[in-house]
Design a protein around this ligand. Structure first.
Ligand SMILES: [Zn+2]
Length: 354
């Protein structure tokens, strides 16, 4: 399974962009994907599509589809996370009135191999190891869809196992998108990238914003002289400079989710060889030696290090290219989300024949 490298470098375009800056990000997309953006906006005025995001856990599914929506048309595109949907249903079970509504809906609509008592108990006890019955997921999706206005959808978290792939081939019929084109979006991210994303991620205890102490900073960095530790400071003005914290167990990286990553990998592989459904390929990394030919330097994820200037009481931030080994052991760079979204825009335009 080899994903093609997508070229985002444009000959003669010498300007560089700071892709963390929202205004510059906008200008970047206008320059690199102008025609695609225009075509998609036009298309979405009257039409929708259904896209299934297939990538390993922490491969950036949410990030890519959110940037895509922001750039193209936030009102006409929705990122639909099955995990969030299940968590919300779980919360409804705690509220008496909401629980009654949910149970009523399930009684009218649920059909499957498990009794109502069993599926409710599965919903309550759900954990990352056991999957909920597909029949339950499908009926919850149906319920969610009935509440929503019709939009283009990025579905995140379905299919989640090999059996669910078959369901996904008929999924658009179920959710009332029968005549809309559908597409599988396959995402390839080296395990080392996922590992470092987990190991260094930090969360704001107030607004839950998530960043990375090595790869994705906030605008202010602090230093704790007692603990001899650098930390990120939340950019959200409502959080009053809260210190971002680490989650218990994150220092283990991919180890606790290795089984899950393997299953996700099999899912991608299986989807890779499906017939009859268009596929697009998002590739996160590329070999160091290919960089000059395909992408610009500012499209590559940098790595940050810090030093504490005792005299000035200031944190000095150092930035350098981040080199990782991909799954085949080749020295590679990891792309920032923006060039990946450029390739996503261009490939979706092609799939939709615009
Ligand atoms: Zn915050």
């Amino acid at each position: 399974m080899k994903f093609p490298i997508f070229k985002t470098k444009i000959k003669g375009l010498n300007r560089t962009f700071n892709l963390i800056d929202l205004q510059e990000q906008k200008e970047y997309f206008e320059l690199k994907a102008k025609r695609g953006i225009k075509k998609l906006r036009e298309y979405l005025k009257e039409n929708t599509f259904v896209a299934y995001l297939l990538g390993k856990k922490n491969s950036g599914k949410g990030t890519y589809s959110k940037i895509f929506a922001e750039i193209i048309s936030p009102e006409r595109i929705e990122h639909f996370s099955i995990g969030d949907m299940v968590r919300a249903a779980d919360l409804e079970l705690v509220d008496k009135k909401k629980k009654k509504d949910l149970l009523n809906f399930l009684e009218r609509n649920y059909r499957g191999r498990f009794s109502m008592a069993e599926i409710i108990s599965a919903l309550k006890k759900r954990n990352t190891k056991t999957l909920l019955p597909t029949e339950l997921i499908l009926v919850l999706i149906k319920r969610e869809m009935e509440k929503k206005e019709k939009k283009a959808l990025f579905i995140d978290g379905f299919p989640r196992d090999l059996d669910q792939i078959d369901f996904s081939l008929f999924f658009r019929d179920l959710i009332g998108h029968r005549d809309d084109p559908d597409v599988f979006i396959l995402i390839d991210v080296p395990e080392n990238v996922i590992d470092q994303r987990i190991k260094w991620r930090r969360f704001c205890p107030i607004c839950q914003a998530s960043r990375n102490l090595k790869l994705h900073l906030t605008s202010k960095i602090g230093y704790d002289e007692k603990k001899k530790e650098f930390y990120l400071i939340c950019d959200n003005p409502n959080c009053q400079e809260a210190r971002l914290v680490k989650k218990e167990g994150d220092e283990l990286g991919v180890e606790p989710i290795r089984e899950r990553l393997e299953m996700d990998g099999k899912l991608i592989e299986q989807s890779f060889s499906l017939y009859g459904i268009p596929k697009i390929f998002l590739r996160n990394s590329l070999p160091v030696k290919e960089v000059p030919k395909f992408v610009n330097d500012y499209e590559i994820t940098p790595e940050y290090n810090f030093e504490w200037d005792k005299e000035q009481k200031k944190v000095i931030i150092k930035k350098k290219p981040w080199i990782i080994l991909d799954d085949e052991g080749i020295e590679s760079f990891s792309l920032l989300p923006q060039p990946i979204v450029v390739s996503m825009i261009k490939q979706i335009v092609e799939v939709l024949n615009l």
